[in-house]
Structures are given as structure tokens and as C-alpha cells.
Design a protein around this ligand. Sequence first.
Ligand code: F6P
Length: 547
Amino acid sequence: MKATIKPLTQRPAWKALAAHHKKIKNLHLRKLFADDPKRGERLTIEAVGLYLDYSKNRITDQTLKLLLQLARESGLPEKIEAMFSGEKINVTENRAVLHVALRAPKGAKIYVDGKNVVPEVHAVLDKLTEFSNRVRSGKWKGHTGKRIRNVVNIGIGGSDLGPVMAYEALKHYSERSLTFRFVSNVDGIDFVEASRDLDPAETLFIVSSKTFTTLETMTNAQSARDWLLKGLGGDVKSVAKHFVAVSTNAERVSAFGIDTANMFVFWDWVGGRYSMDSAIGLSTMLAVGPDNFRALLKGFHEVDEHFHHTPFEKNLPVLMGLLSVWNNDFLGAQTVAVLPYEQYLKRFPAYLQQLTMESNGKHVTLDGKKVDYQTGPVYWGEPGTNGQHSFYQLIHQGTRLIPCDFIAFGNALTPLGRHHDILLANVFAQAEALAFGKTAEEVKAEGTPDWLVPHRVFEGNRPSNVILADRLTPEVLGQLVALYEHSVFTQGAIWNIDSFDQWGVELGKVLAQRIVPELESKTAPRLKHDSSTNNLICRYRKLKSAK
Ligand code: F6P
């Protein structure tokens, strides 16, 4: 991808958007809807079974036109092509970015350094399938001959958040006779609580780590090994029956003592936060079975195809990404709330936090120049309706602009009385209230005393998207994740940043490694940090020795 692209703020569309924003910044959604009775039908897209209503964004047709022009001027078409064709678009790590290959159908051809990677992807999928079937059917036995009833995934970041989110999201489809736990935090309590009621003879650990060097995961894996050996009488041969690994690093896996025959690989062209559909999804496959896992991949692939081939004005992730740029860079929104009205998606916002913020939390462009505009916003959220009785107050009446993505489904997986209608009424009501609010006149007309009126006014004009799908199936989950992946890609392409590296997590890791021996040393260490860090270390040493 060699086309020269102007710095963002010098692109004609950016300048036009800035001028356009000045003109329309006081335009209210009430007026936009009043002037165009069909707006709520017009500003929608339906594709691959997902319906996006983006009419409640503070945009006009001209805004959209300019955003689409910005996408072209930013080289988005070429950048998409570069990703799908295996170019090394993760420039700071000199890597291709090919999570799309993980869900490509068997016959597809996607090349990295001249090699078609799709056959390898399917070979791993087949190996995962075979292993999952053996565990789920009870053919895979633990060291003492008992079948596996508990699966514990040990990983962190992308090696944890995707598996946890998918397990929770697809619980309806999961094998309920198996217990799943996820250990990520190096805080020992995470492991202690996850293992306290498990029988080692029936427990399988999946050590998931792309690098197999991550301190948290290696520490937890070691504790798991000790726990297993203690529970099974110390026979090291038991490790082979109770530990499997998912990694790109066979050498480290073997050094840890896991037989590489029980290792499921992935590749350096899969970013950690883009890996839930690689072998990192082993716990997901064990929970929901290979067929459902393949349905999940199908959903991902459908959105990949849509993103790759659909004109931008009808392209779901492109539009979502562009709207996010508009809200972030022109309307000044610093965060995005993701609000799934589906209890099974309770971990979806947490999953998106890594996907969005590790990807687009960058302060320099691809060529290393400091940006003079805002990049990735803060993503956060909770499932509805819980958030309504907590932080929605601030979204409705606070001083900050918080664009919201509402996610909802036409059908509950397990219908229960009136629950689903009430749930969905709340989604629609919230989006309506945010957009249109309640004027002082309306409040007064209800007989509210004058002094109370300002408190009860809702200014409205708060933007939101509503994403609707039929029901939460594995396929739809794949679609939703891919939708956000490619929206993140679109935003990163506009900002001209590397959405696929994560250097920002390195410094803390290095400093922690330096401090660990200072905390563990039997004699007082010679500390060379700043006075605050030195003092905190001394205080901690005193606290722990006072025990
Ligand atoms: O947080 C940094 C990071 O490198 C993530 O990108 C990654 O998902 C996580 O750590 C875990 O890394 P690994 O899978 O190599 O243990």
C-alpha cells in the first residue's frame, strides 16, 4: 500500500467536515427528524442479518457524503485491500494482519510471504475439532482414567477476553455437564477461586498465550501445574493428560512441560485481540461444540465479505467507523458506551475495550508523527437495563456527550413471559429519550413548578446507534465481533495509525519485572526509583514482613 496520503487535517474532506461542523453543530435531532419524516427508515442499513439504525446520529446527508469522501481520501479502499491480501500493514511489528484468514472457507487463498495460509488454518480447525469431540464425548481421559468435567482457560488479554466473552455469550448453546472457568489475573485469588471446588482428576487446563512468555499466564500456569501435581500425587506424567497449550511458540510450550502434540497453533499474523476465532477459541469450541464454532466463523466471514466488497455507503463497519470518527473528532465525544440489551452479552463491552482501545489508543501516525487530532475513544458499557439505573443519568443529563451503541435482538433465546417486550421497550425508549429529550415547555405542560423545570429538562440531541438482529446465535456473535473489528480498522485507517501493535503495554511490564526481585529480596534492596516508588516498595516490604 504505497499511495501517499495527506496528513489527516490537510485532507480536503477533513477541512470540509470542520467547516460543515461549524454550520450544523447546533442542529437538533428533533429538527432533523421533523424535516425528514422518513429519516428513521432512510438512515438504516440491513446486511447479513444485522440491522443498523444510525438515524439518531447528529448528521445530515452532507455529513455522510463528506465522511465517505474522507474514507476515500484516507485510502480506506486500498488499506482494506492491503489487509485482505496479506500485506504487512502492522508496520511497527512488520506483520501481516490476517484474522480474516481464520474464518476463510476451505478453498480460499490468502497469502503471507507467498504461502497460502488457509490450508493451515483448516488443519488446526480439524485438530481442534477432533480434540473437542474427544473431550466432549469422554474419550479423552484424565491421568486417573476419569473423564474431563472441568475446563480452565488460563490466559490474559486477547487470550482471555474473547474466550470468556464467547463462553458467556453462547452459554445457551453450551454443554452444561462441563464446567468452564477462566483465570487471567496474576492476583492469586483468581486461580484459587477458579480451582477451589474442582477435582484435579477431572480438570483440563488450556494454557492460552500467543507468546507463552506473559508473566500473568506463566505464573498462573505454574500454579495450576503445582495444584494438579499436588492433587494427583505428584506424578509428572499427569501433566500431559491435563494440560494443553494454545500458542505460536512451540519451544516455550515444550519447555513448560506440555507435549507439543497437545499444542494448538496460531500465527504471528493473528493479533492477540483478534484471536478468539483462532485456536484461542478452543474453550469456546469445547463449550459449544465444533458445529457451533464453525457457525461462529461463518458469521465472522459474512461480515468480512460484506466489509471487503460492499460500497461504503451501504457498508456497516465502514459507516459505524466513520460515525465514530465524526463523534470523536468533530463533536468532541471522548467515550462510546456499548449497551447490549442481552444478558448473555454481559462481557461484550469488556471484550470490546481491548479490541478498540489496544488497537486505536495511539498517539503517532504510521510514519511516527505525533497526531494533532483525537484517536481512539474510551469504550465502556454494561448490559441493559442495569445501566439505566446507574450511569444513564449522566448520559441523559450530564455535561458530556456520550454516543451509545445499543445492541438488541428480536427474540429471546429462552422466552419468559413479558420480559423480552419490556426489555426491548427499554432499548427503544432510551434511544428515543437520548435523541429527542424533553423540552422545558413539555415539562411545564405537565404542571411542574417553575423552579423544578430545569432539573427535569432533557436536552436530547445525544447520538446513538441501534443494532438489531434476530436472535443471539453463534453466527450472529461472529457477525457482531467482526462488525466492531472492521469499524476499528476503518477508524485506524482514517487516523493513519497502526491499529495492530500495542507498544503501550510494554513499559509497565518491564518495570514490574524489575520491581519483583526488589519485593522478594530477603535483604533490603538498594532502590533507584523515584522517591514515591522507593517509598511504596519500602512500605510494602514492611507490611508483608509484619505479618
Ligand atoms: O496486553 C498486551 C498483550 O500483548 C495483548 O495484546 C495480548 O492479547 C495479551 O498481552 C496476552 O498475550 P499472550 O497471548 O502472548 O499471553
